[in-house]
Design a binder for this molecule. Structure first.
Ligand code: SF4
Length: 445
C-alpha cells in the first residue's frame, strides 16, 4: 500500500508536468546516477514498480494535448528504467487506449528492448524514444554503466530504425574516465543507426561525489566545441546540456533531418526574429510559437539578410529545428503579476548562477527593470551544481539575508523549480518557514 502522500505526488506530477513515473528500479548501476550523490537531507522517493491500478488512476490527470512523459525523473521521484517494470507493455497498451493520438515519450537504457518488445512498441506509435546509451563500447559500458551484457543495448539501438521507431540518443560525458574517443565513437554509432538528435550531458557532481566523478570546468567548453563540430559533420544535431547561450537571440543550433525545417531550407545559425508576424524575444518563445502554429511564416535573419520562410507543418508538430534553452518570457510576466498583487516596490528576485546572466538580460530588455536580481550559490549540493531546481531553502535564505542586511526589499521571489506543489524545497523546508525567517513576504515565481 503506497502512502497517500506519494499517491498525491503522483497525481500532481501527472496534472502539472504530464509526467507518469512508473518505477525507480533499474537494471544498471551507472557511476553518474544522480541518486547516489544526494546529501542525506534530500527528501526524494524511491518507487517500487507501481501497481497498474495506481498508474492508471494517476493517468486520469494527464493531458493528451501535450506529450506524455513516462519514466523520466520527476522532481521528488528517483528515475528508473521503465522496461524493468513487469507490466510495462500492459501499461503502455492501456495508455494508448486512454490517449489514442497522444505522443508517449519514453527514456530507456535500451538493454531490455528485445525484438518482441520492439514489435509491441512499433504498434503503439506515436512514441518518442530517448535512448540513454552513454557508451557504445564494451569497455565503456562496463566501466560507466556496470553493463555485463554490452551487446544487448547496442543490438537494440541498431534495430530501432528497422522497426520504424524514431529515437533520440543521450550520452553523459565522462571523458576523464573513458576518454574523448569513447564519446566520439558513441555519438557516431547513434548517428549511424538513425538517431534524430543526441544530447551530450555534462554531468554535474555534488560535494559527496567520489574523486573519479569530479571533472575540471574547462571540460564543459571543450565538449560544447566537440558537440558543435559533430553537428556540422553528422546529419544529426549533437546538443550540449547545459548549453548556456550568451544572449537571447533566437538562433537555430541544428536541423533535424526529414522535418519541416529541413524541407523549408532553414540552416544552423539562422536567427528567427518573428513567427507569423509576432516578434520573438527569446529562443524559447520562438520555438514555442513555431511549434504551436500550423504552417507558420518565419522571419529569419541570415548573414545580415532578412528572409521569410514558410514551414509546412501541423499545429503542435515539432518544427524540426533545435535551439538551446534560454528563457521563457512568460516567467517574467508571472513574476510581474505577483509583484503587482503584493504591491511590492522593491522586489528581490533570487535565481541560480546558471540563470542569472540571461535573467538579467531579460529583465532589463523586456521585463522588470526595477527588480534586483541576485544569483544564489549552491552550498548544499556544492560541486558543479548550479541549476535552479537543485537550490534549497538554506542557500536561498542565506543569499536573501545577505542582500537584506544591506538594502530594503519588500518581496522575495524564489525560483519555482526549487519548490514542490506543497511549496517545500528538496529538504522539506516551506516557503512559509522562509518567510518567517526573513520577515519579508516570500513567493515562488
Ligand atoms: S540507467 Fe539511468 S536510472 Fe539506471 S543507473 Fe543509469 S542513470 Fe541511473
Amino acid at each position: 500500500m503506497l502512502p497517500a502522500k506519494i499517491v498525491s505526488c503522483l497525481h500532481t506530477c501527472a496534472a502539472r508536468d504530464n509526467i507518469l513515473p512508473l518505477t525507480s528500479g533499474c537494471n544498471l548501476a551507472c557511476v553518474f546516477c544522480s541518486h547516489r550523490q544526494n546529501p542525506p537531507a534530500v527528501q526524494s522517493y524511491r518507487l517500487p514498480a507501481l501497481p497498474a491500478d495506481i498508474i492508471f488512476e494517476a493517468a486520469l490527470f494527464l493531458s493528451s494535448e501535450q506529450k506524455i512523459i513516462i519514466g523520466e525523473s520527476a522532481t521528488r521521484f528517483d528515475e528508473g528504467e521503465p522496461f524493468t517494470h513487469p507490466e510495462i507493455l500492459e501499461i503502455l497498451r492501456g495508455l494508448r487506449r486512454m490517449f489514442p493520438g497522444a505522443l508517449l515519450a519514453l527514456t530507456t537504457n535500451a538493454t531490455l528492448l528485445s525484438p518482441a518488445i520492439l514489435t509491441e512498441l512499433a504498434a503503439l506509435q506515436p512514441l518518442e524514444l530517448t535512448v540513454s546509451l552513454n557508451s557504445s563500447t564494451s569497455a565503456g559500458r562496463r566501466l560507466l554503466l556496470a553493463d555485463r551484457e554490452p551487446d544487448r543495448a547496442l543490438k537494440a539501438v541498431a534495430a530501432l530504425t528497422d522497426y520504424g521507431l524514431p529515437f533520440h540518443g543521450s550520452v553523459v560525458a565522462m571523458p576523464h574516465l573513458v576518454g574523448i574517443d569513447d564519446i566520439l565513437t558513441t555519438i557516431k554509432f547513434l548517428a549511424a543507426h538513425g538517431a534524430l538528435t543526441t544530447r551530450l550531458f555534462l554531468p554535474g557532481f555534488t560535494r559527496l561525489a567520489s574523486a573519479e566523478l569530479r571533472f575540471p570546468a574547462s571540460l564543459w567548453e571543450e565538449l560544447s566545441h566537440i558537440a558543435r563540430e559533430l553537428t556540422r559533420e553528422l546529419d544529426m544535431p549533437v546538443i550540449p546540456e547545459p548549453a548556456l547561450p550568451a544572449d537571447l537571440a533566437a538562433e537555430i543550433y541544428g536541423i533535424i533531418r526529414d522535418t519541416p525545417a529541413r524541407k523549408a531550407g532553414l540552416l544552423p545559425g539562422d536567427i528567427l526574429t518573428a513567427v507569423d508576424g509576432q516578434p520573438v524575444r527569446t529562443r524559447v518563445e520562438a520555438f514555442n510559437l513555431a511549434r504551436k502554429a500550423a504552417n507558420p511564416c518565419l522571419s529569419v535573419r541570415r548573414e545580415g539578410r532578412e528572409l521569410k520562410v514558410s514551414l509546412r507543418k501541423k499545429k503542435s508538430e515539432s518544427p524540426g529545428f533545435v535551439m538551446h534553452y534560454d528563457f521563457n518570457p512568460l516567467r517574467l510576466e508571472e513574476a510581474r503579476k505577483k509583484i503587482q498583487r503584493a504591491r511590492a516596490r522593491a522586489p528581490l528576485l533570487l535565481t541560480s548562477s546558471f540563470g542569472e546572466p540571461l535573467l538579467l538580460q531579460a529583465a532589463a530588455s523586456f521585463g522588470l527593470p526595477d527588480v534586483t536580481v541576485q544569483a544564489v550559490e549552491n552550498h548544499f549540493f556544492a560541486g558543479s551544481i548550479k541549476a535552479a531546481g537543485l537550490l534549497v531553502a538554506a542557500d536561498l535564505l542565506a543569499a536573501a539575508q545577505e542582500v537584506l542586511s544591506k538594502q530594503r526589499h519588500d518581496l522575495v521571489l524564489v525560483p519555482q523549480e526549487a519548490f514542490d506543489h506543497h511549496c517545500r524545497d528538496l529538504t522539506g523546508v516551506s516557503l512559509a518557514a522562509m518567510q518567517e525567517a526573513l520577515g519579508v513576504p516570500v513567493q515562488s515565481a
